[in-house]
Design a binder for this molecule. Structure first.
Ligand SMILES: Cc1cc2nc3c(=O)[nH]c(=O)nc-3n(C[C@H](O)[C@H](O)[C@H](O)COP(=O)(O)OP(=O)(O)OC[C@H]3O[C@@H](n4cnc5c(N)ncnc54)[C@H](O)[C@@H]3O)c2cc1C
Length: 455
């Protein structure tokens, strides 16, 4: 039997395709990277089906690229060497929510929107950390790329909120990690050897996650958006430090856009939440005082009547980022998600303008401060998908932003293959050798999402 027939034998006709129309969709994503080819797409429904496909691929040495929502924009789910795209969307069960232990055990196809609405209906006092991404992206995909959600500035990046997982190894064994390896309660990740790190941040190159337990958090009754702006870029670092030093916020963005004019400032967007009106009043007044008195006063302006569209954008969970991303209405958007030390924010802010202008673009920023130790600095490029020059310019601008971020001591989050390469080239050679050894031990035939984290 050829590979296609073997896949049908495992999954049935409805869950396997090699039709050019369907492969077209899986050969590209919404970012600016060039399309690449896929040979088959499969949509398993159970761990056993995943396992059987993996055993086949390992035997025949065929690449597998796991796909959740496919929205990283950096083509991480577009195969580099053809083979099978494993679309996880049919594995979409919310298996268990433990209210008292505050976790949800889910399958990898569960979308952000599905978990959000499930919790709203069945556990209204709990919430999970929801990224500012399209609602169809998966919770698991986001945790695996070390993404961040609307409560990450308070609780940490989403990969830190993982209690454990079930994973099909590239050689076919099914393995449980965290407290779920000892029983049926998935409430914690340790104290144990911290194995989730073998799969988090690896872009599907070390195994396929078939279950994940994620932490849930109390959902406050009230939320409000406060906006302060300044035109003194050099104050950004200290401003972030003092804002997070108060230890009272839920979410924290820095935003700016050259057009319309009223958005052309450095905006500090602080989202506060609380369980009582008194708590909210205390928090709001504390931030207003902080910015009023910052460096002797007069440096920041409080926005009394925030534009309703901006207010809604930040109050919604998930926020309306996808609309904002396509602000040029050309259907294209990609960004270098640079993870920077706070102290480098002002320098990056200026550089981002320079790069955008060099490629004839308008500068637009949305950066999320992550707990107060680092910032996700988005060098954002909105482009016209129908204009090849514009798409090419976006790729160049991304490459330049990548190089700049690395040059000032930052990192590139969820970087495309080219970005991964420049990080590996800069990395301590012993660290690179360790990455290679781990990969070789887990995936001796190199079948999992090859091309990623590869020199
Ligand atoms: C407008 C916009 C705004 C965004 N804002 C945010 C934001 O605020 N915060 C944020 O974190 N992200 C953001 N993103 C980026 C991205 O959309 C999200 O991080 C998203 O959650 C990624 O999930 P996904 O399901 O699309 O992952 P995918 O792209 O499907 O997968 C990501 C990686 O994980 C691997 N993978 C997926 N599933 C599995 C599995 N089951 N087993 C093994 N490997 C697997 C894939 O191979 C790939 O390498 C934004 C994107 C857009 C378009």
């Amino acid at each position: 039997m050829d590979v296609f027939d073997q896949l049908i034998d495992i999954l049935g006709k409805d869950k396997v395709s090699k039709s050019p129309e369907e492969l077209f969709i899986y050969s590209r994503d919404s970012g600016a990277q060039l399309p690449r080819h896929a040979d088959y797409v499969v949509m398993p429904e159970t761990t056993e089906e995943v396992q059987r496909v993996v055993l086949l691929a390992n035997r025949e040495k065929i690449p597998i690229t796991p796909l959740g929502g496919g929205f990283t924009l950096s083509a991480l789910v577009v195969p580099n060497r053809g083979g099978i795209v494993m679309d996880m969307k049919r594995m979409d069960k919310i298996i268990q929510v433990s209210e008292i232990n505050r976790y949800a055990l889910i399958e990898p196809g569960v979308t952000q929107a599905a978990l959000l609405s499930y919790l709203k209906k069945h556990h209204p006092r709990l919430q999970h950390s929801t990224p500012e991404a399209p609602p169809t992206v998966t919770v698991v995909g986001n945790c695996l790329i070390q993404g961040h959600g609307h409560i990450s500035p308070r609780y940490g990046v989403n990969s830190d909120l993982v209690n454990g997982m079930e994973v099909v190894l590239p050689t076919g064994e099914v393995c449980r990690i965290g407290s779920g390896s000892l029983g049926s309660n998935w409430f914690t990740r340790g104290p144990l050897p911290d194995l989730p790190g073998l799969f988090v941040g690896w872009f599907g190159t070390t195994g396929i996650i078939t279950k994940m337990s994620v932490k849930l958090f109390p959902k406050p009754k009230y939320r409000e958006v406060l906006a302060f702006y300044t035109d003194e870029v050099d104050l950004i670092g200290e401003g972030i430090f003092e804002t997070t030093q108060l230890d009272m916020l839920e979410d924290f963005f820095l935003i700016s856009q050259e057009k319309p004019d009223w958005m052309n400032h450095v905006y500090f967007i602080v989202i506060v939440s609380g369980h009582s009106e008194e708590e909210m009043t205390l928090k709001k007044n504390s931030f207003k005082r902080l910015f009023r008195e910052f460096k002797g006063g007069g440096k920041f302006t409080f926005v009394e009547n925030l534009h309703p569209s901006l207010e809604k954008r930040f109050l919604d969970v998930p926020p309306l980022a996808s609309l904002a991303a396509d602000f040029r209405k050309g259907g294209g958007f990609e960004y270098t998600g640079a993870i920077l030390p706070i102290e480098k924010t002002a320098e990056a802010w200026k550089k981002g303008y320079e790069i955008a202008h060099r490629y004839g673009m308008v500068c637009s920023y949305v950066h999320q401060v992550l707990v107060g130790h680092s910032i996700m600095f988005g060098f954002n490029y909105s482009f016209n998908r129908a204009d090849e020059v514009d798409v090419e310019n976006t790729r160049k601008a991304i490459e330049e932003s990548n190089q700049f971020a690395l040059g000032i001591g930052g990192m590139i989050w969820k970087g495309e293959v080219g970005a991964q390469k420049i990080m590996l080239e800069k990395m301590d050679p012993n660290t690179v050798a360790l990455i290679k050894r781990v990969k070789q031990a887990l995936d001796p035939n190199g079948i999992m999402n090859p091309g990623n984290w590869e020199l």
